[in-house]
Design a protein around this ligand. Sequence first.
Ligand SMILES: Nc1ncnc2c1ncn2[C@@H]1O[C@H](COP(=O)(O)OP(=O)(O)O)[C@@H](O)[C@H]1O
Ligand SMILES: [Mg+2]
Length: 429
Amino acid sequence: MTSTRAKIFSAALGLITVAIVVLYVVLPSQRGALPLAASLAVGVAFATARMAASFIARAAADLTEAARGMAEELATTLTELTVERDRLRGVMAGMEEGVLLLDERGHIALINTALREMLLLGNDAVGRTQLEAIRHADLKELIDAARDGAEPVTGDLELGGLKPRRLLVRAAQLPGNEAQVFAVFVDVTEVRKLESMRRDFVANVSHELRTPVTAIRSAAETLQTAPPDDDAVQQMFIGIVARNAERLHDLVEDLLDLSRIESQKLRLALEPLDTRAVFEQVASLFRERAARKHVELVPEAPAGPRVLADRRALEHVLTNLVDNAVKYCGEHTRVVLRCEEQGGELRLSVEDEGPGIEERHLPRLFERFYRVDAGRLRELGGTGLGLSIVKHLTEAMGGTVAVASKPGSGTTFVVTLKKAEPRTARVVA
Ligand SMILES: Nc1ncnc2c1ncn2[C@@H]1O[C@H](COP(=O)(O)OP(=O)(O)O)[C@@H](O)[C@H]1O
Ligand SMILES: [Mg+2]
């Protein structure tokens, strides 16, 4: 195509040259032939000019067409790139994991919202070096290791400050551009906390089980070797076995309760309950034990307001609280069960006149196995799980539990639950 045009163009140039030669060189020497030759030359010149003009017009049209094609292609590519970029931005913004990309010079090329929130960074992190923006020596070490090695590097980062966090980081060279480093951050604060709680729990359970098991074993061994006719010794060791077997039983029962509550297998049926009747029922379980310590058990509930609760769960909660009150209070004291209305709620409290609890213990009192004086109180036969069961059950019924105490002036536990509206009945898992 191009070569055809080139030939036409050179032919046109040739004709123009011929016309000029005829007009200015040949004709002036051929007098008489001038008019004919002149019109010939003009004709040739016109034809040539028209050919050249049409060629230029066609070339211009081709050029315009090509430019339009290119513009369209460019526009399509640009739209595709914009869609791609927006999609990537959307993914980055929607991710819970933090994402960081460092360029060849170690400057931040990309950082997503999740990571900025995890590290409490402002909008100006892009363009700064990692150390300038994040200031974490362990992170720098991890990123340097990822940049220097072909394998991805993984590690935990501990963040202090206002919002202490634990992050799991995985950093690697960016595939296709190995001088850049790409890192993903996952907030594992809660996971690590749960892992450590589980480890503590297993250690605590083993420890709690070991004490009665050891006591039973050594008592049994002593019984085996004790003289068969020594009744007093036999009775003493049988007593040890019985007490510790009881402790094991309590511990296993409490652990089963906790695991049922925590695995949500316990189905609670919330129904309007008469607090007076529940108080009476719970108090009746402790009358004998209280009387032995000369402790007066006083259920005080006004007739009328009913609490929205699961009967067995509420009885379990109050039983644990009254058990503690009777167990820890001194002789000749009172334990009062009270019910008070407060807005749409009822406050059920168990008050004792016992030794009270120091303030520093209060925040941890509802933790599993927490005891104020572990050594002494274990002798009283507690499992250390009672209050954590109280908390779990109360919360499962949509309520809260609190404690108020001062050494020397007794302890009050308050369970706050919803007041039942007339004819209310609700079932929750
Ligand atoms: N009414 C109370 N007076 C004094 N201390 C209490 C009272 N209730 C609970 N405590 C303290 O809280 C700890 C945890 O109670 P709990 O979970 O019921 O375990 P325990 O099996 O030891 O009774 C007890 O060991 C005791 O130190
Ligand atoms: Mg208890």
